[in-house]
Design a protein around this ligand. Structure first.
Ligand code: FAD
Length: 317
């Protein structure tokens, strides 16, 4: 009815970004420009990815610590079963919580491409990692007054590559909810109905946690092509053709941003409680998308650790 449509249109929508730990000092420099630009939009959190090989553990933890100490941003730390023993993972979780992290995205991680299996004794499924996070959390009595840690998980609008069916994916999502997941973020998708169908299937199966669409700015043809290999998600052929046919880079960017905004708006129209933007550590395209989306965001003061300028800065929305 009109009333619920109205309230849906004006209800505040959560906003978050994904970053990955920089792979070089030069990459770190540009990442910090990006971080400051994104910070000005006052997101609910920024997520920091974790290499399934465990190899970027230190750069991930360093980035999270700097976000906590030097910015107003709330980091959501990704962690993977793959790449660390359960004991190492318990240590990392405890360290993150002690440093002030209050959100963890519990993932299995991508299995090595060469087919080698994780060592025996490794956690097998994201569900096992959720249980480990909850276990470590309960033992940190200092956290009792800080409230529960938010645990997020992955969800798949198109079938997970290793899964027999989308129905199985939803059973897995339900199992993750039962183990203590508070919310889910989706893998990249290209058709709005893939997201709304996932939400419908999940609700029918008893999943009640928010499912936040993960949205990638469709501005790089190269990146779109790589997605198929990495995530097993095939980009829409129509979009690929339109991007390839663009005469200039500016035109390609305009087409990509418009397609991304359409997809995000369709997800919001179907009731998405937020938008999670995959930034690839670049702010320009993510902010282009955000400008055109005009999300209803809660009005709240932005606190800064140290005032940087005496005059108020314009807030980008
Ligand atoms: P799971 O939920 O454990 O599922 C893995 C497979 O096992 C699925 O096929 C599932 O159907 C099956 N399964 C799960 N539980 C059971 C069960 N109890 N019984 C039978 N079958 C089961 N990867 C990284 O390496 N680092 C990152 O930082 C990272 N960030 C991501 C962020 C998001 C938002 C998303 C969507 C993905 C991310 N990934 C990341 C990729 C992710 O690790 C892969 O998609 C991985 O293949 C699956 O992870 P999962 O957490 O969904 O695993």
């Amino acid at each position: 009815d009109t009333h619920s449509n109205l309230s849906a249109a004006t209800a505040p929508v959560a906003l978050s970004y994904e970053l990955f730990p920089p792979r070089s000092p030069k990459a770190a420099e540009t990442l910090w420009t990006t971080i400051r630009e994104l910070e000005a939009t006052d997101p609910d959190y920024v997520s920091v990815t974790y290499g399934a090989s465990g190899s970027n553990r230190d750069t991930a933890v360093d980035l999270i610590n700097r976000l906590l100490l030097e910015t107003t941003l709330r980091p959501l730390a990704h962690l993977t079963c793959v790449g660390n023993t359960p004991a190492e993972l318990a240590d990392i979780i405890a360290e993150l919580l002690d440093h002030g992290v209050r959100g963890i995205l519990a993932l299995r991680g991508d299995l090595p491409q060469d087919g080698t299996l994780p060592p025996s004794g490794s956690l097998r499924y994201a569900q096992d990692l959720i249980e480990l996070v909850r276990h470590v959390e309960q033992r940190r009595t200092a956290l009792l007054c800080a409230g529960k840690i938010a645990v997020g998980v992955a969800a798949y609008p198109a079938k997970h590559p290793e899964s027999p069916s989308v129905e199985h994916d939803v059973e897995v999502l339900l199992a993750k909810q039962r183990s203590g997941a508070d919310f889910a973020i989706t893998q990249v998708f290209f058709q709005a109905h893939e997201y709304s169908n996932l939400v419908s299937r999940a609700r029918r199966a008893g999943v009640t946690i928010p499912i936040i669409p993960g949205v990638m700015p469709f501005t790089s043809l190269r990146r779109l092509k790589r997605l198929g290999e990495l995530a097993g998600v095939d980009p829409s052929a129509h979009l690929m053709e339109r991007l390839a046919a663009a005469d200039t880079e500016a035109e390609q960017r305009r087409i990509g941003v418009a397609a991304t905004v359409d997809l995000a708006n369709a997800a919001l129209d179907s009731g998405a409680p937020g938008i999670h933007l995959y930034t690839f550590n670049e702010h320009a395209h993510a902010l282009d998308v955000l400008d055109k989306l005009a999300l209803p965001r809660p009005a709240r003061p932005t606190f800064r650790a140290q005032p940087v300028s005496p005059t108020p800065e314009p807030v980008r929305h």
